[in-house]
Design a protein around this ligand. Structure first.
Ligand code: 13P
Ligand code: SF4
Length: 365
């Protein structure tokens, strides 16, 4: 298989780890306000230590939108986050993803042409007004589709307000691509997963349902999920509650409904960090989210016991692709006067429609 990502050059490969960090620091000093490094909480420590801003996807999207014209934005995260940053910044600003293969498996589960086909099938089945909402973990083309069809975008940090907004505007909510986030939030809002929601399987005609069922069901959840958060189970929670009765369990809402229901709390990566930091010394936490964040929480909160809910821990392999060496390479290139490497560019038409959907989200806050 051909790789999207060019191999790191020998002069970067040969550096010792210390020299990599030195090169990053020196390049940063030389570049000054010419670049900014954004880092998602799931990034490796070796990358996060160089980030100007860290955050969940909502916080990083806001930071990208509000940057004061910084020309080079190096996004240490995954592809949809870099696309979102490109949409939210001016044409004079460029966004780099230090490893082009850092995608998101969940985002790849909702192809825009499948969504478009499903939309038309649902209308042909006699559905009433549909309001589409996509989780920010989606391709720019899907964000544009949603923008063009009167819908908006949510993150794990604001999904409840966004879904509320959508439900007062239409007879049906069509939620992409994460079934679990959609189900968990709608259930917390009082909807019944068995009678008020259906799972739309894109491989089946009408998502696998009858026209009558489509017409009579308020919430349609696209059949997508995060393979990392699928690794947390109810069995792990039950076992841990026996072994450590004082444990508090906090999970990301991309976990399944049975896991989210059995946990004490659920929230975005930023909300998980805040809850743990605010807890009293000695609290025991089991966290249902990605390994790098859980390990960093344990390091930064030595007065608390923090472990992964999954004893084997869960790693997002695509987030993990970006290393300090990739960062050193992108920065060094800029210092040498070369164009920003690994640029992520969303075409103008897609960008304009996606921006409409993103602005609807930002206007809710
Ligand atoms: P957050 O919005 O909580 O950062 O989550 C993004 C993500 O990809 C989680 O898997
Ligand atoms: Fe995508 Fe899951 Fe990785 Fe988040 S953890 S970037 S949803 S694959």
């Amino acid at each position: 298989m051909t790789s999207l990502q060019p191999a790191l050059p020998d002069h970067i490969k040969k550096l010792s780890d210390d020299d990599v960090h030195r090169l990053i620091a020196e390049s940063r000093t030389k570049l000054g306000s010419q670049c900014v490094i954004l880092g998602h909480h799931y990034q490796r420590d070796e990358v996060i230590r160089h980030a100007d801003h860290t955050g969940d996807s909502l916080k990083l999207a806001r930071i990208a939108r509000d940057l004061p014209g910084t020309p080079n934005i190096i996004f240490c995260g995954v592809h949809f986050m870099a696309e979102t940053a490109d949409i939210l910044t001016s044409p004079q600003q460029q966004v780099s993803l230090p490893d082009l293969e850092a995608g998101c498996e969940m985002a790849d589960m909702a192809e825009t042409w499948d969504v478009d086909a499903a939309w038309h099938e649902a209308l042909a089945a006699g559905a009433g007004k549909i309001v589409p909402v996509t989780y920010i973990n989606s391709k720019a083309s899907l964000k544009a589709f949603v923008g063009d069809h009167g819908g908006t975008i949510c993150t794990s940090g604001n999904a409840r307000e966004v879904i509320d907004w959508a439900l007062v505007r239409g007879e049906h909510l069509f939620f992409f691509p994460d079934q679990h986030l959609g189900r968990n939030i709608c259930k917390a809002m009082g909807f019944n997963p068995d009678t008020d929601m259906l799972l739309w399987d894109p491989k089946k005609p009408l998502g696998g349902h009858t026209p009558e069922k489509i017409r009579n069901t308020r919430i349609w959840l696209w059949q997508g999920h995060c393979p990392v958060h699928a690794l947390f189970t109810l069995h792990q929670i039950k076992k841990l509650r026996v072994e450590k009765p004082a444990v508090k369990i906090i999970v990301h809402p991309e976990c399944s409904m049975e896991v989210a229901d059995a946990a004490d709390l659920s929230g975005s990566t930023e909300q998980i960090i805040k809850a743990i930091e605010a807890s009293p010394s000695g609290t025991i936490w089991a966290v249902g989210t990605e390994k790098h964040l859980v390990e960093r929480l344990a390091q930064n909160n030595p007065d608390k016991e923090i472990l992964s809910l999954n004893p084997y821990t869960c790693l997002c392999g695509t987030m993990n692709r970006i290393t300090a060496r990739h960062l050193a390479w992108v920065l060094d290139d800029l210092v040498q006067g070369r164009p920003l490497r690994n640029q992520i560019t969303v075409d103008e038409k897609t960008s304009l429609s996606s921006r409409v959907a993103l602005d609807r989200m930002f206007n809710l806050h």
